[in-house]
Design a protein around this ligand. Structure first.
Ligand SMILES: Nc1ncnc2c1ncn2[C@@H]1O[C@H](COP(=O)(O)OP(=O)(O)OP(=O)(O)O)[C@@H](O)[C@H]1O
Length: 366
């Protein structure tokens, strides 16, 4: 890979000369989307504040393009870097249009008078975040989610080379979260703008980021691609999760499985079990699941939520051993839920299992 656009070189950051995170060595390239994840208080904002010159660096340096960040003038910095931090903006009597227009100040004269072209860019930026109708509203009198969109518009019309955002999705509803992330993706992939942000939604971080930085209190515990980072044990350790699971296949969080010996047996395949598993989980009913082929989609959730899963190798006829194991478990239960399975040659023993359950009157509706 070519030269980095933003480099953190043996960087130590913290407050009042007390180091919080030390020896950060990270290279970020042009057009990359890099996301900081980690638990509350881990130091994500501290790093973002340090690379945007809002917090003095304790040791090491940050190089932006080819310049040491601390030798860059604020004027130069403002043509290269846009910063979106929602919490510190409390402007007096400014409309949303005024706020967005401040994004053009690096390009206007001393008096900040906007040209026709600047005005067009403000309009375009407001339109890009679907906030044209907010233009004349007082910035202090709009919702937090609306503020987030206005601040993104300001960053867009600043036409930066890099945009730094601290939890930009935290106040947004699902539609605007997706919209914001797709705006960022377009900025990165179509215009080559580098994006560095922190996110709490790790499922979104996984989907949008080229690289992930795991911030863990006193250090960066991992830096790599989403494929390298989003593994169950890495996420579990990072967030110290002991009351649930991270599912790396879907990037989702699952609550702990219901405790106790399973009294319900679920037969399903090809996704038909997912609704049933979730319902049993919500009602705190421990269950067993099977017989599932190891490449069946149901297995991804069953392995997290079921007390026991009886599996078979893909594309083979279900063996006598597997059948007997499933039968044992099924007969130790009180009831069987048939969530839907198509019986063919390979899996005809599931048909036998269901036949026995039916004969014994064990089949119940969900
Ligand atoms: N101004 C400050 N002075 C001293 N310590 C601070 C200051 N701001 C934050 N801290 C401390 O620095 C640590 C890291 O905080 P930081 O805000 O960077 O975490 P974060 O990962 O962004 O957390 P969150 O996800 O909760 O926003 C925390 O222990 C916090 O209490």
């Amino acid at each position: 890979m070519g030269k980095a656009y933003l480099s953190m070189d043996k960087l130590s950051v913290g407050y009042n000369k007390r180091v919080l995170i030390k020896d950060i060595c990270i290279d970020i390239h042009k057009g990359e989307i890099v996301t900081l994840i980690g638990p509350n208080g881990a130091g994500k904002s501290t790093i973002l504040k340090s690379i945007t010159r809002q917090l003095q660096i304790i040791r090491g340096k940050v190089v932006l393009d080819v310049n040491d960040l601390h030798n860059t003038t604020f004027k130069e910095l403002s043509t290269k870097m846009a910063v979106v931090l929602t919490d510190r903006m409390k402007p007096e009597l400014l409309t949303c249009h005024d706020i967005v227009a401040t994004g053009r100040y690096p390009y206007t004269g001393r008096l900040g008078i906007l040209t026709r072209e600047d005005e067009d860019k403000v309009d375009e930026a407001l339109a890009a975040v679907n906030a044209r109708e907010l233009g004349t509203r007082d910035f202090n009198a709009i919702s937090d989610g609306q503020k987030q969109r206005i601040l993104l518009a300001r960053a867009i019309c600043q036409e930066p080379e890099i945009i730094i955002l601290d939890e930009p999705t935290s106040f947004l509803d699902i539609r605007y979260k997706l919209e914001l992330l797709s705006i960022l993706r377009n900025m990165a992939k179509k215009k080559g703008i580098t994006v560095v942000m922190s996110l709490h939604e790790i499922d979104l971080a996984e989907k949008i980021s080229d690289k992930i930085i795991c911030v863990n209190g006193d250090r960066i515990s991992h830096f790599g691609t989403p494929d390298e980072i989003f593994r169950e044990d890495t996420i579990r350790k990072l967030y110290n999760i002991d009351n649930g699971f991270f599912d790396p296949v879907f990037g989702s969080i699952e609550l702990q499985k219901p405790a106790g010996k399973p009294k319900t047996f679920v037969v399903s395949s090809g996704g038909s079990g997912i609704k049933t598993y979730r319902k049993l989980q919500k009602n705190n009913v421990p269950f067993a699941a099977g017989i599932l082929y190891k490449n069946d989609i149901d297995i991804q959730l069953a392995r997290l939520l079921a007390s026991e899963v009886i599996t078979e190798e893909p594309f083979v006829e279900i063996s006598k051993d597997t059948f007997e194991k499933a039968l044992d478990v099924m007969l130790s239960c009180d009831r069987v839920i048939d969530a839907g399975v198509v019986i063919g040659d390979c899996n005809k023993r599931i048909g036998e299992l269901l036949h026995i359950a039916r004969e014994k009157g064990m089949i119940v509706d969900e």
